[in-house]
Design a protein around this ligand. Sequence first.
Ligand SMILES: O=C(O)CCC(=O)c1ccccc1C(=O)O
Ligand SMILES: [Mg+2]
Length: 371
Amino acid sequence: MQFHTVILRYLEMELKSPFTTSFGTMKKRPVLLVEVIDQDGVHGWGEGVAFSAPWYTEETIETTWHMLEAFLIPLLFQAPVYHPDELRDRFSLIRRNYMAKAALEGAVWDAFAKRHHMPLHVALGGEKQEVDVGVSIGIQPITNTLKRIEQALAEGYKRIKIKIKPGWDVDVVREIRHHFPHVPLMVDANSAYSLCDIDRLRALDDYELLMIEQPLAVDDIVDHAKLQAKLQTPICLDESICSYEDAKRAIELKSCRVINIKIGRVGGLIEAKRIHDLCQQHRIPVWCGGMLEGGVGRAHSIALATLPHFSLPSDTAASANYWERDFIEPEVTVHRGRIFVQKQHGIGYAVNLAEVERRIVRSKIYKRSKG
Ligand SMILES: O=C(O)CCC(=O)c1ccccc1C(=O)O
Ligand SMILES: [Mg+2]
């Protein structure tokens, strides 16, 4: 495939309800859509998952745009691509900037799968026809939290995740357990704690949590190992794992017992698959995390989660969990806690350009220069 056109579109999506983590509250979700077109007119779609501010990782939607425009799109135009695997090497000239790389790689994967008349999950080697999903519930007053949990369970979601921070943790979990004694439940701290909080974190051991996600600093797999040695509840790493090497070190140091894989955080589907394979070898369960994605990012996550070692429910809830109207056709729906994987070629969902246009903040077309 020789790509000659890339279109970047910056959309602003309104979340149905504000999403609060230990870091702050988000009401609007910026989305960076990447469209690539090859010499035969095959189109591929990718999504950049960085937010407006660099609270989750160091990237933002603006740094992603810059990296794509100044470095990654020119590298894509430089030579043909026979398989998306080649992009890992080609992009390795650029340090980190994983969400930017993943957005472009994802678009190439979609085009590759379409060109070969396969669904994306088949091109990746995924076998499942359906994937299990849970929901992630932001910090909100306890009565609202309980109501949201009840609603999610009624909709069939297979596990509940709540966000915690110091002062919003043990009491909340106790209250939830009082109302829902046996529901599969986990918590995500987004790095809000340090080892000084060990007593508070150990108190969570009494509530049969599936795992505690990313309690400590993003770059601290040493303290995570110390904490895991003192906790019964498995630690799941999210922000700390940005590459295969990060996963290898965390497994070796016993910093976690579960890993959440997100395509954007690790730089694309190829790296995500390498981490999946490594975790399979080491019997570390994995699940597919979410970034409040729009439909294109969500479709990529669903394809990834069809790989055999994804054994725990993903954070890829239905489109309607986030948006009044998603920009894909059909929208992602969940039945009894499962998403049925689309059979159409590529990502399996069509981009609804009218819904995209409605939300565009700006867009730009990049063309390969001939000769
Ligand atoms: O529903 C989702 O997409 C996942 C929600 C979620 O937990 C999350 C959302 C935005 C950024 C980070 C995280 C996280 O998993 O830490
Ligand atoms: Mg997380």
